[in-house]
Design a protein around this ligand. Structure first.
Ligand code: SF4
Length: 279
């Protein structure tokens, strides 16, 4: 699977984006469009529209926001496999890490998606503000009541815009304790922990370059879509190549043949990098 991520890089023009998309389609690669908001610019509609025209529904996911959510977006999202939206807490409480109104718009959009029968997921990032039993219990109750299909739980990582926010990271034991609590909530919703948490729990191996890569808006391919510095550039050792100049098949082959990715490993490669670099 590939994530098409946003960064501060100069975006490719539409024609080149479509060229890269063709490479992904030819290689039968599942795509997760994520951002920022991958339904913001007019070009984005063309790219996602082409992806859903050429690939089966199950092979296109979109991670978007509730901002300016309208019938046009709903129409496109009906044709994708899954829609994800970040929801760290319910509206009404002041989250200093999210823009004002962010949660409320996600909640409204999630309700519309669920009412339209679209498979959707609320994504909650774990950091001290969100890691209270009260917050998680409230979220779980709201999601179940509104028939949201899935709840994805992520760990905060000090990458990209989060670089340097080490105060938002807690100990492994605290993550594990919170995961146990979330799991115990049960209910009709599917609860899924992201790989960075599953490696902590010891029941997953890092799939960077093996099952997924990231493609940045300038065509840079990275072995993990999250492995970016504060400027949105790949962390050392995560750069795989540049599309469309490099061939996608060659990039993946070379990555898997390299010592760095030959074997999947039981730890998160981003955390390993940060520990090595003392970050
Ligand atoms: S490097 Fe970490 S975040 Fe990236 S795929 Fe591996 S476990 Fe997941």
């Amino acid at each position: 699977m590939v994530s098409l991520e946003q960064s501060v890089f100069k975006e490719l023009d539409l024609e080149t984006k479509l060229e890269i998309l063709s490479q992904l389609i030819v290689n039968g690669i599942k795509i997760d469009f994520s951002g920022g908001d991958p339904l913001y610019f007019e070009d984005d509609y063309v790219v996602i529209g082409k992806a859903i025209e050429k690939l089966p529904k199950s092979m296109v996911n979109v991670s978007t926001t509730g901002a300016s959510f309208n019938d046009r977006k709903l129409g496109i999202l009906r044709k994708v496999g899954k829609v994800e939206m970040t929801l760290d807490n319910l509206g009404g409480s002041d989250n200093p890490y999210r823009p004002k109104g962010y949660n409320e718009s996600s909640m409204q959009a999630l309700k519309k998606l669920a009412s339209a029968g679209i498979r959707c997921s609320a994504v909650t990032i774990l950091y001290p503000f969100t890691m209270t039993k009260y917050n998680l219990l409230s979220l779980h109750g709201w999601l179940c009541k509104n028939n949201i299909s899935q709840w994805d739980i992520l760990k905060f990582s000090t990458v990209g815009r989060g670089t340097g926010h080490n105060n938002l990271v807690v100990s492994n034991d605290e993550y594990l304790e919170m995961m146990q609590f979330i799991e115990s909530l049960g209910g009709p919703i599917r609860i899924a922990f992201q790989h960075s948490l599953r490696v902590l729990a010891g029941n997953y191996t890092c799939h960077a370059a093996h099952e997924s890569i990231g493609i940045l808006p300038d065509g840079t391919a990275v072995s993990c879509a999250w492995a970016l510095d504060q400027d949105g550039k790949p962390l050392d050792g995560f750069y795989l190549g540049k599309l469309p100049e490099d061939n996608l098949g060659d990039i993946l082959k070379k990555a898997l043949e390299s010592l760095a990715y030959k074997n999947r490993q039981a730890t998160c490669r981003i955390l390993d990098y940060q520990n090595r670099e003392g970050k």
